[in-house]
Write a protein that binds this ligand. Structure first.
Ligand code: AMP
Length: 273
């Protein structure tokens, strides 16, 4: 595995390769969720590139940019074991200059859910992903459904800007206890981890209700709120896979999304129905 910190060096390789390139962008502190993306990329491509970059432009003032978990040495080992060919680890000045051209998330789908709660977040995500795409020049790029709105907006960017890249959305990976894996889980105390189990529990409860034939969004949200009792809920939303409001649950076209705060840690989770 080659570790590259220089964008020119990466571009020199990707400009000249005739191989299919599978790309997995990450912010590091890798876990089984990230590894599942890398494995899928490994199965479907000849050259695998993973990036680790904690992107400042997607954090709002007061968020956890400065304390975002960093585990470079462990991450390098994980990538090597998972069969990564190139690990790209640039620093901030490598990726950003002064007075940059920016990208704006779309008005409707970029402004709901996390786009509403974290204004500007997706502008930063799309900006860095586009930059990374131009360096990695992937055939296929892999994103997790854990960040549902993110993968939907990236697909839209690829469509709108005619980028010759196939976006692959991959299943959300959970721990044995149901908690969605996230680098941010590292912030949680033992007690908070137990509290956080209510999040996946609420999504399971919703699924059970739907399986029994209840497609009423208000009732499902109400029941989820009950399961999440005692937790600071930012939102529970039930929307279509286009992120639009619906009258009732539509099978194979619904996403239920939850965002909560546990202590000072913000966690998101979702289920695709
Ligand atoms: P991050 O490092 O959190 O920016 O995530 C990098 C990529 O890994 C994104 O496409 C995420 O959606 C994906 N990812 C993070 N956690 C999970 C998970 N639990 N299951 C599946 N994909 C995940």
């Amino acid at each position: 595995m080659k570790i590259i910190t220089d964008k020119q060096e990466l571009q020199n390789i990707t400009k000249n390769t005739t191989k299919t390139v599978g790309f997995v962008p990450t912010m590091g502190a890798l876990h089984e969720g990230h590894i599942s993306l890398i494995k899928k990329a490994r199965e479907e491509n000849e050259l695998i590139i993973v990036s680790i970059f904690v992107n400042p432009t997607q954090f709002l003032a007061g968020e956890d940019f400065a304390k975002y978990p960093k585990r470079d040495e462990a991450d390098k080992k994980i990538c090597k074991l998972a069969g990564v060919d190139i690990l790209f680890m640039p620093n901030i000045t490598m990726m950003y200059g002064k007075d940059e051209v920016t990208i704006k998330a779309p008005d409707i789908r970029g402004f709901v859910l996390d786009g509403f709660k974290r204004p500007g977040h997706f502008d930063g995500v799309l900006q860095i992903v586009l930059k990374l795409f131009n360096l990695a020049r992937p055939t296929n790029a892999y994103f997790g459904r854990k960040d549902a709105q993110q993968v939907i907006l990236i697909k839209q960017m690829v469509n709108n800007l005619f980028l010759p890249i196939n976006i692959v959305d991959c299943p959300l990976i959970r721990g044995d206890n149901g908690l969605a894996l996230s680098s941010r889980n590292a912030y949680l105390s033992q007690e908070e981890k137990e509290e956080a189990l209510k999040i996946s529990q609420s999504l399971q409860d919703a699924t059970k209700l739907i399986v029994t034939g209840n497609l009423n969004i208000t009732e499902i949200k109400k029941m989820m709120m009950k399961t999440l009792d005692g937790i600071d809920v930012e939102y529970i939303e039930i929307v279509s896979r286009e992120l639009l409001q619906m009258q009732q649950i539509e099978l194979k076209n619904t996403i239920i999304l939850v965002a909560v705060k546990i202590g000072s840690t913000r966690l998101i989770d979702n289920i695709w129905i």
